[in-house]
Design a protein around this ligand. Structure first.
Ligand code: SAH
Ligand code: SF4
Ligand code: F3S
Length: 482
């Protein structure tokens, strides 16, 4: 719809349509006029930059935001001294928030030199009332603030921002809307994320995501499949299905569909060669899903299965709804059924009440499962979550010591797992030319491991069999074989 849009057909003398996405296309046409005016005033095409913080979900949202900005007539750039700068924020841990405040100070410096510059903020952090208060008080140079639930109205908000003075704030508490068919601007021509669901209903006791992303909503399978089909026709070979808990996909649809069923439908789409997904909650991972991965030629041999803790006592306090034994049994079953699969995980250290023994259990679990990689996080107290008001928050020095010990074990198992494939031929999707070493390209194996090999720009976006010559800790060097 966006690429072949006939802008003259949008009649701006009429009032805006009530229906979505038509309404947004109407405002986009108005944005185009504003950007054109700006171009005439400045004597150059106005630039826009979107900086993304946080997870894959935010990365995909940013592609939608860039899609709107591109269609509005901005020249897209990664330079933050652009005419329109938007930070798509994350609030999962406090350090993410602190980074935003620091970077806002820098943006203010640019704005002093370019007073017509507009600064906008959106994403998860904006769903917190305390953040909005702080912005109003201490960051008055911000022009536009919106949240996660009204992101689809970005064209309308952008338009309003250029037609008004002062800080424009529009935050919704929740929504049941899912608006399809808005323009997007993909980062990679050959791979793309696709939202299959929004929000989360799990309420893990440490986590702010359910509060800032709202209740779980699944997109209809036909909408997802149509989007992937269009992507495949546009040259995409790898898709990443995105949701906070993909294993509960489709349960609340009028016609319920399981995640495994959705995967089997995606598998049928011609042109799609690789399918990834993120994230799997262990409590909902079905035997049907394991079987589906096993039988598939396209589903990648990589499962991200957040553990969070190896102690049943802590898991219970975290409201994860599985035990240490259940996780271990699941991981072992997956390894048994799909031997080449990489299992990666997330672990939190320093959850309230975590003792040395609890951490030992986590470390032991890392050894038992032999994770291919693990993202380890220091527990961050998030206002409004049940864990924030739990007693016995762990002192920082103790957390740091435990974190470092865990990290060492994680690195050991990751290294041992990566080394397993030396001398094997595996298929790699070439993702980019290697800027640092000319004549080299970088690819990704099905199990998510990176490989560097000799090659040129014509290889990017295609799959090649690669002999994995040497393992260098977490990545390989190799060469293409016939
Ligand atoms: N939906 C995904 C995770 C989304 S958040 C899942 O359930 O697995 C990504 C990771 O951030 C989580 O897996 C968790 O390890 C970490 N995380 C979330 N809240 C956190 C907090 N308050 N402190 C530290 N880490 C946190
Ligand atoms: Fe947060 Fe748990 Fe939902 Fe993941 S499943 S987003 S950790 S509440
Ligand atoms: Fe962060 Fe929001 Fe993702 S809080 S991790 S950007 S869902």
């Amino acid at each position: 719809m966006s690429q072949s849009m006939d802008w003259k057909a949008v009649d701006l003398t009429l009032p805006p349509p009530a229906q979505e996405p038509e309404r947004q296309y109407y405002f986009l046409a108005r944005c185009r006029e504003q950007v054109e005016r700006l171009r005439e005033e400045n004597g150059r095409q106005p630039t826009a930059c979107v900086t993304t913080f946080g997870c894959q979900m935010n990365a995909r949202d940013s592609e939608k935001l860039l899609g709107i900005l591109g269609q509005a007539g901005f020249l897209l750039t990664e330079e933050e001294n652009a005419d329109f700068v938007l930070f798509n924020t994350c609030t999962v841990r406090d350090n993410a928030n602190q980074r935003i405040y620091g970077r806002l100070g820098e943006l203010n410096g640019y704005k002093r030199r370019n007073p017509k510059m507009k600064i906008a903020l959106c994403g998860c952090m904006m769903q917190e009332p305390a953040v909005i208060e702080k912005l109003q008080k201490s960051y008055p140079f911000v022009d536009l603030v919106f949240g996660t639930h009204n992101l689809y109205k970005f064209a309308e908000l952008l338009c309003a921002c250029y037609e008004s003075e002062g800080m424009l704030i529009d935050i919704w508490k929740d929504t049941d809307q899912i608006v399809e068919e808005l323009p997007t601007e993909r980062k990679y021509p050959f791979k793309s994320g696709i939202n299959i669901m929004f929000g989360c209903n799990n309420f893990c006791s440490y986590c702010i995501v359910p509060y800032v992303r709202g209740r779980e909503r699944s997109r209809k399978p036909e909408d997802i499949l149509r989007e992937i089909q269009a992507l495949a026709e546009d040259g995409v070979v790898e898709v990443m299905l995105l949701g906070q808990n993909v294993n509960s996909y489709g349960k609340n649809l009028d016609k319920p569909v399981s995640f495994a069923e959705l995967l089997r439908e995606v598998e049928k789409i011609p042109g799609i060669q690789r399918i990834r997904f993120m994230t799997s909650h262990p409590k909902d991972l079905s035997p049907e899903l394991i079987q589906t991965i096993k039988e598939s030629d396209k589903i990648c041999r990589h499962l991200h299965l957040p553990l969070q803790s190896g102690s049943t006592r802590i898991l219970e306090k975290m409201n994860r709804r599985y035990t240490r034994e259940q996780y271990l049994e699941l991981a072992q079953r997956i390894r048994r059924e799909i031997p080449d699969i990489a299992i990666t995980t997330d672990i939190i250290v320093g959850f309230p009440g975590e003792t040395q023994e609890d951490l030992e259990e986590t470390i032991q679990m890392v050894r038992q499962v032999q994770f291919d990689n693990a993202f380890t996080f220091i527990y961050s107290r998030r206002t409004g979550t049940p864990a924030a008001s739990m007693e016995d928050q762990v002192p920082p020095q103790q957390v740091k010591a435990g974190f470092d010990r865990l990290l060492k074990v994680v690195q050991e198992t990751a290294k041992a797992q990566a080394a397993k494939y030396q001398g094997r031929v595996m298929e790699a999707l070439i993702e980019e030319i290697n800027e640092a070493s000319p004549g080299m390209v970088t690819g990704r194996l099905s199990n998510n491991t990176i490989v560097h090999l000799p090659g040129g720009p014509d290889m990017v976006g295609k799959l090649f069999p690669v002999l994995l010559d040497e393992c260098h800790g977490f990545y390989y060097t190799g060469h293409r074989v016939p």
